[in-house]
Design a protein around this ligand. Structure first.
Ligand code: BTN
Length: 325
């Protein structure tokens, strides 16, 4: 029996009789009941069963729809998109695109999933990735001039994500160096770039983006920092995830196509306008710890930290930046 068929039928939130589901899938009603119990446990979904009516998922689920995503792409994104893969469950979309890159997949591959079982965050952290609730996507892109040409790319990706959210009507989106997406100091999303190939020559980059759309409370409880989601920002009525995915690709794919030629410079002004920590007292935790006033970024995306004795230029890496209370 196809689990995804069962989920897509129940996605509308209406009741469906056990017999109708059994007929649709060509299995017994008992098999439907067993499968629904398994799905409910695996995906932490509430499946309601009511005598005489059948089964439903209260409120429905917002499943990703590849046709809807493609239909909402602008002409530039349509031209730049290679293949769009929408998966049900995967360890990590970044890991998946890395594997596909090793197998020779073409640049422009976009992979998104309903759920990640081992979503990767920065600094070895786990990215909480419950089923059909948030957006998890990874894009494969090729660069010919090595790692140096990629400086500032993750910041520029942040600008693309912020613009996509603004295009969906969301306001007060900000960025925190190096690549957190925030709303009023609560984390809304994150960006993780991974690289394959030659640091001095041709390389393949996986751009991973996670956005909290409608985080279930139980999953949110396991996040160890202030967070928010798009549902909260849009008073419980977030745009559907397919529309959000298309909005991100509409900004991201043209940026990736232009970045190697143009670098971070054209994105700097926009990044600074979105800077959540502009002129704030901050502390940096990393290989070296530093305190100072954040003074934006330079043309390569490095943080400019005013330490009182001069401006220290801090390049990205395994560093985290915090506002000093
Ligand atoms: C961060 O820690 O802020 C970065 C989080 C990046 C999460 C995204 S979700 C899609 C892609 N796949 C992953 O495993 N991680 C990234």
């Amino acid at each position: 029996m196809s689990r995804s068929t069962l989920l897509s039928v129940l996605a509308n939130g209406d009741f469906h009789s056990g017999q109708a589901l059994a007929d649709l899938l060509g299995v017994s009603r008992t098999a439907v009941w067993k499968q629904l119990n398994l799905l409910a446990a695996e995906f932490e979904l509430e499946v309601e069963s009511r005598r005489g009516k059948g089964y439903r998922i209260p409120g429905g689920i917002d499943l990703l729809d590849p046709a809807q995503v493609k239909g909402a792409l602008n002409s530039a994104a349509q031209r730049l998109l290679g293949r769009l893969e929408i998966l049900e469950t995967i360890d990590s979309t970044n890991a998946q695109v890395m594997r596909r890159a090793e197998q020779g997949a073409a640049a422009g591959l976009v992979c998104s999933a309903e759920q990640q079982t081992a979503g990767r965050g920065r600094q070895g952290r786990r990215w909480v990735s419950p089923y059909a609730s948030n957006l998890y996507l990874s894009v494969l892109w090729d660069f010919s001039q090595g790692a140096a040409a990629l400086e500032g790319l993750s910041l520029a990706v942040g600008v693309a994500v912020a613009r996509a959210l603004q295009n969906c009507g969301l306001i007060d989106i900000q960025l925190k160096w190096p690549n957190d997406v925030l709303h009023r100091n609560a984390k809304l999303g994150g960006i993780l770039l991974e690289m394959q190939g030659d640091v001095a020559g041709p390389c393949r980059v996986v751009v991973g983006i996670g956005l909290n759309v409608a985080m279930p409370a139980a999953a949110g409880d396991s996040i160890d920092q202030a967070w928010t989601d798009i549902a909260t920002l849009s008073e419980g009525e977030p745009p559907c995830r397919s529309a959000l995915l298309a909005a991100v690709l509409n900004e991201l794919l043209p940026l990736l196509a232009a970045f190697e030629q143009r670098g971070f410079r054209p994105w700097r002004t926009q990044w600074q306008a979105l800077d959540a920590l502009a002129d704030a007292a901050v502390s940096l935790a990393g290989p070296t710890s530093l305190v100072g006033i954040a003074r934006g970024v330079d043309e390569r995306g490095a943080l400019l930290l005013d330490t009182g004795t001069g401006i220290q230029v801090v390049h990205g890496g395994e560093i985290s930046l915090r506002r000093v209370p």
